[in-house]
Ligand binder design. Structure first.
Ligand SMILES: NC(=O)c1ccc[n+]([C@@H]2O[C@H](COP(=O)([O-])OP(=O)(O)OC[C@H]3O[C@@H](n4cnc5c(N)ncnc54)[C@H](OP(=O)(O)O)[C@@H]3O)[C@@H](O)[C@H]2O)c1
Length: 270
């Protein structure tokens, strides 16, 4: 029995998730399977995807096609076409990102470029491949994961924050363009979330300062907001922080978030 028939009709029968092997992307996979969608799960580590696919198939009786892909691959669009070949994909979740938290000048150019590739070129490539098919179907969705850091500049995360601003604006633009065709788009804006990525970048003693959400909670909020609005900020605390930050000038906001970022990720953790 399908528990969410309207969701399944609109976004099924297949969903593709880019960055599905851990964290928020893995949570999306489990919540979508719970809603009866079959999954194409994309990430670099195939063995991790395969193991999770077995669990999802057993728990939810859906089909899962794990595919190893590097989202920074210059041939990404062709790889995505091959990954979803023959499947009626109604939903794209672009979750993966590359981030490096460090002073801009001390970060290698390779890292900066990888952030542009995975966080900006990737979503453009996948959305461009899928959008025409969704328009033809007259239903479906594209959800791009974004971040609170994309609302203003901040020390230590300049390139990452700029790529997240890109994700938010791209999703908003897709929302405006695709809506008349019956296709939904959403930027799901997360704040700190207790994922392996967050935990590896954040010293344990400082994690509570960031009030991290659970990945499942972020994924559920994102899917529930899809089709309702162009941008959704996950978590009540993050929505409050955003409303508070809107009262400041851009300069004040940039100083405020730079201090907060240095406090959590900087060398002294002051
Ligand atoms: N966690 C947070 O605190 C937080 C806060 C704000 C916003 N967000 C946003 O939420 C999203 C998810 O964050 P997250 O912390 O769950 O995870 P993440 O570290 O952004 O992404 C992890 C997933 O992406 C895959 N991935 C990374 N680089 C890849 C590449 N080059 N090719 C293919 N797959 C790649 C990883 O799999 P493999 O390693 O197997 O490739 C893994 O499945 C991101 O867009 C992030 O900007 C997160």
């Amino acid at each position: 029995m399908i528990l969410f028939p309207e969701f399944h009709r609109r976004y099924g029968p297949w969903a593709a998730i880019a960055g599905a092997s851990e964290g928020i992307g893995r949570a999306y996979a489990h919540v979508l399977a719970e809603r009866g969608l079959n999954l194409v799960t994309l990430a670099r580590r195939l063995e991790v995807l395969e193991k999770d696919a077995q669990l999802i198939r057993r728990r939810h009786r859906v089909q899962v096609r794990p595919v190893s892909v590097d989202l920074a691959d210059p041939e990404l669009a062709a790889r995505f076409d091959a990954a979803v070949a023959g499947l009626d994909v109604g939903l794209l979740i672009y979750n993966a990102c590359h981030s490096r938290i460090a002073e801009f000048a001390a970060t290698g150019l390779d890292d900066h470029m990888r952030m542009l590739d995975v966080n900006c070129r990737g979503p453009v490539a996948l959305a461009q491949r899928l959008a025409p098919r969704l328009i033809e179907r007259g239903r479906g969705g594209i959800l791009l994961m974004s971040s609170m850091s994309g609302f203003q500049g901040s020390a230590l995360v300049g390139t990452y924050a700029a790529t997240k601003a890109f994700n938010t604006v791209l999703a908003e633009s897709l929302w405006a363009e695709l809506r008349p065709h019956g296709v939904d788009a959403l930027a799901c804006v997360a704040g700190a979330t207790a994922t392996p990525g967050f935990e590896s970048a954040t010293p344990e003693s400082r994690r509570p300062k960031a009030f991290p959400m659970r990945p499942e909670a972020v994924a559920r909020e994102g899917l529930d907001a899809l089709g309702r609005k162009p941008v959704h900020i996950a978590g009540r605390l993050n929505r409050f922080v955003n409303a508070f930050a809107r009262l400041m000038s851009r300069r004040q906001r940039t100083v405020f978030f730079s201090n907060a970022t240095r406090g959590i990720y900087g060398p002294s953790g002051a």
